[in-house]
Design a protein around this ligand. Structure first.
Ligand SMILES: Nc1ncnc2c1ncn2[C@@H]1O[C@H](COP(=O)(O)OP(=O)(O)OP(=O)(O)O)[C@@H](O)[C@H]1O
Ligand SMILES: [Mg+2]
Length: 378
């Protein structure tokens, strides 16, 4: 098997007392499209800058093709960066901007011309050679920045929110084109975005970051279907997140108690009184008029929202928490205010462990109510 082209071991970055990247361990394989995904300020740009050599690591090591690059300057590393703010040379036209790195490398003029033309064609800017950056739209400038990086044929391309400035339509189109380019050229992409949809559609693997910590690393399907933490479940796609604790473990299953209701799961190595988050995607939440075996959860239909290809139905639980389901509108809509039973297939929910004492307290106090039946208070 190939060795990783990029390897980060125990990488930390601090600015003063502020640790903005915490113990990052990550291996990226040659030709891989890896996305670092996370909210603003979580440490994405800092991570890229440490790989590129613009930022020193505070602790840990960065390896490129097996070599520790601690003492290597950015230009000595076989990576190229497309920056968040494109950083074009304002006094140079498009051709000169794209040719810059090749001129530095003293490549013959004829070859430069050929390679620049090819790169401009890749990003659909043929014929724009003489334009100045000030005469271009944000999207066009961004594409010049991508061409300028591609023309050097780096083994690794680091891209920091490269499509951030584009309108939705061009963004989608460029997502497609960039992905094709990456596959065609076989370059390793480390791609930074805070847009989860972009990450899901483009990546081979996604590293989800939150406050300097990589919370999950996996293929898009894995991240979406099996989120490892509450943050990931919430940040990637939409989720119904319900709090529960393990009430009893018997032959017939593990009974999980929620604030208003309970359900039984068959398997799992959960401990008595363990606190859990139950994450169910809106497309997997089921509402039925009759109870489903193993579930004792009710709610009241509060709203139907027509969204074109799908309809979103909001159900209010007795504790005022709202959960929702999405389904094709043709499925037939349950009348407003009707009581529905909630359930899901065991394989279609993610159960996450948590140490939040608060959940236990909230649930415990509501369960103590004698003879409690959720339907009475609906
Ligand atoms: N030079 C610096 N000095 C001090 N703090 C910094 C410096 N650069 C970044 N930070 C801090 O480090 C944290 C991570 O910043 P970073 O730019 O990596 O975030 P990001 O994930 O790229 O966010 P965005 O999506 O907004 O670009 C932030 O809290 C930021 O304020
Ligand atoms: Mg950034």
């Amino acid at each position: 098997m190939d060795q990783p082209i990029i390897r980060l071991t125990g990488v930390c970055k601090s600015y003063g007392d502020n640790e903005v990247v915490k113990d990052l361990n990550l291996e990226i394989m040659p030709g891989e499209f890896l996305t670092i995904l996370g909210p603003s300020g979580c440490g994405k740009t800092t991570t890229l800058r440490m790989i590129a050599g613009f930022e020193e690591v505070t602790k840990g090591q960065v390896f490129l093709a097996g070599v520790d690059v601690a003492d290597k300057k950015p230009y000595e590393r076989d990576v190229n960066t497309v920056f968040q703010n494109y950083a074009l040379f304002p006094h140079m036209n498009v051709f000169k901007n794209v040719a810059f790195g090749l001129v530095e490398q003293r490549i013959p003029k004829a070859e430069i011309k050929e390679r620049v033309q090819a790169a401009l064609k890749l990003v659909r800017l043929e014929g724009m050679d003489n334009r100045m950056p000030s005469q271009m739209s944000g999207g066009q400038k961004q594409r010049v920045a991508i061409a300028r990086a591609l023309v050097l044929k780096p083994k690794v391309l680091l891209l920091d929110e490269p499509l951030g400035a584009l309108d939705l339509k061009l963004r989608k189109q460029m997502q497609h084109e960039l992905k094709h380019l990456q596959q065609e050229l076989g370059i390793t992409f480390v791609y930074v975005t805070h847009d989860q949809e972009e990450a899901l559609t483009m990546s081979d693997r996604i590293a989800v970051m939150n406050a300097g910590v990589m919370e999950q690393l996996g293929a898009p399907e894995q991240i979406y279907n099996h989120p490892a933490t509450r943050f990931v479940a919430d940040f990637i796609g939409e989720s119904n997140i319900m709090e529960a604790y393990v009430d009893s473990i018997t032959e017939s299953g593990i009974k999980c108690v929620m604030e208003f209701g309970d359900f039984t799961i068959r398997r799992g190595d959960y401990a008595d009184e363990e606190m859990l988050y139950i994450c169910v995607r809106p497309e997997n939440l089921r509402f039925t008029a009759e109870p489903v075996a193993g579930f004792n959860l009710f709610g009241k239909i509060k709203e139907h929202i027509f969204m074109g290809s799908i309809c979103k139905t909001i159900v209010k639980l007795p504790n005022d928490q709202e959960v929702f389901r999405t389904a094709p509108p043709s499925d037939g809509l349950l009348p407003m205010d009707s009581v529905v039973h909630l359930s899901w297939r065991p394989t279609e929910c993610s159960i996450l462990r948590t140490k939040e004492e608060q959940i236990y307290n909230v649930i415990e106090s509501s369960v103590e109510m004698e003879g409690f039946d959720a339907r009475q208070i609906l």
